[in-house]
Ligand binder design. Structure first.
Ligand SMILES: [Zn+2]
Ligand SMILES: [Zn+2]
Length: 377
């Protein structure tokens, strides 16, 4: 579902719905017409990422980088068309600021649905690898008129868990975008609607090299790095940016296919590098900004449908897995600007890589800039 369509629906529906208190319930089924297997209230935790993205796009990127996440209040309203919930809108407001409106499709709750499906597998209501579908059902406060679940699934009628986020104001550097772009070359297609991202040449090479290390193993394994960098704010436009300045190899991670879990030893190393880069200055702007890793397994060699004629092969090992998604949500909670850079290969055996960042609650592919190494002041 495109954001444009959703935006239009929101406008068509008007904003009156924000006057009511809404909750969303996720309903999981094996097939579209099948009986509900689980029903779960969409929790604050499930919405945390959407809320943090509303903070990024409503405030941080609009000249208010000092506004902490917890100062932003959001109200939710569902987007319903012809009886079907297409997603929801968050109306975000800070102290003394104008409200902004952010739309999210049903797909942004895929990680929550994945968690529910895993529980269903444990309880024997789904088998490992089974397909499932989920939908959202909005309720006004106090409304409880849903059909009961079948007995085996009844204990999945849950209220979900509550979390409390605490964030202090971000630290950022002043980085005029015009100056950053001066020496930049691009990787992928640049879309001005998304947060600008820069890699220095050396950080880009390191994040690529660490991601590809495992490709030479037999059998190939996933390898990667933690990306270190800074947030910048442009004094001319108020736009925020992310610049990757270094990458730290995640060498001793527990490596499983499609996932990358840094060990405590790696985290200690990350802390040490951060301390060195900030020179022990707790007010420094250097921080973790994301991760890079390689899906270094080969494809089975089948060419894609357009392989003979297309300039680029569309069949690659580069995609955001459920484990990647879970890693990003956990490690970079409350950091909607975090980067997920994935390398792999296509059906022609060529090396490919894509940067993913949050867009309407989903990690989407996007372009970025590569710049000359910055002279650190
Ligand atoms: Zn991955
Ligand atoms: Zn192809």
């Amino acid at each position: 579902m495109s954001e444009t369509i959703l935006q239009q629906d929101v406008l068509d529906a008007g904003l009156e719905a924000f006057d009511e208190d809404w909750t969303l319930t996720m309903v999981l089924r094996a097939t579209t017409d099948g009986p509900p297997l689980a029903r779960q209230r969409v929790s604050e935790a499930d919405l945390a990422e959407a809320r943090s993205e509303a903070w990024l796009n409503g405030f941080l990127r609009r000249g208010q980088p000092d506004l902490p996440l917890e100062a932003v209040t959001t109200r939710l309203a569902p987007v319903v068309k012809k009886g079907r919930c297409l997603g929801f809108v968050l109306r975000a407001e800070g102290p003394g600021t104008d409200a902004s409106v952010h739309t999210f499709g049903v797909s942004c709750l895929a990680p929550a649905a994945h968690q529910v499906s895993k529980r269903l597998v444990t309880d024997g209501l789904l088998r490992e690898g089974d397909a499932y579908v989920y939908e959202l059902q909005p309720q006004r406060a106090g409304e409880t008129d849903m059909d009961p679940l079948p007995a085996a699934a009844a204990r999945h009628d849950s209220g979900g868990m509550q979390i409390k986020t605490t964030t202090t104001a971000l630290r950022y550097a002043t980085r005029p975008l015009a100056q950053l772009r001066l020496t930049a070359r691009t990787a992928g297609e640049i879309d001005d609607a998304v947060l600008p991202v820069f890699f220095t040449e050396s950080a880009h090479k390191k994040s690529r090299d660490f991601a590809r290390t495992g490709a030479d193993d037999n059998p190939p394994v996933e390898t990667g790095s933690i990306l270190i960098g800074e947030l910048g704010v442009c004094p001319d436009s108020g736009e925020m940016s992310v610049t990757v300045l270094d990458a730290i190899e995640v060498a001793d991670a527990e490596q499983r296919e499609f996932s990358l879990i840094p060990s405590s030893r790696t985290w200690s190393r990350v802390q040490a590098v951060l301390a060195r880069l900030t020179g022990g200055d707790p007010c420094g702007t250097t921080r973790l900004v994301g991760q890079s890793h390689g899906h270094n397994f080969p494809l089975d060699g089948e060419p894609c449908a357009l392989c003979a004629t297309a300039r680029e092969c569309g069949r690659t090992t580069v995609f955001v897995s459920a484990a990647d998604r879970s890693f990003m949500r956990t490690v970079f909670a409350g950091q909607p600007f975090a980067l997920c850079w994935i390398a792999g290969s296509n059906a022609r055996g060529e090396e490919v890589a894509t940067l993913f960042t949050l867009r309407a609650g989903v990690l989407k592919p996007r372009g970025y800039y590569i710049i000359e190494d910055l002279v650190r002041s």
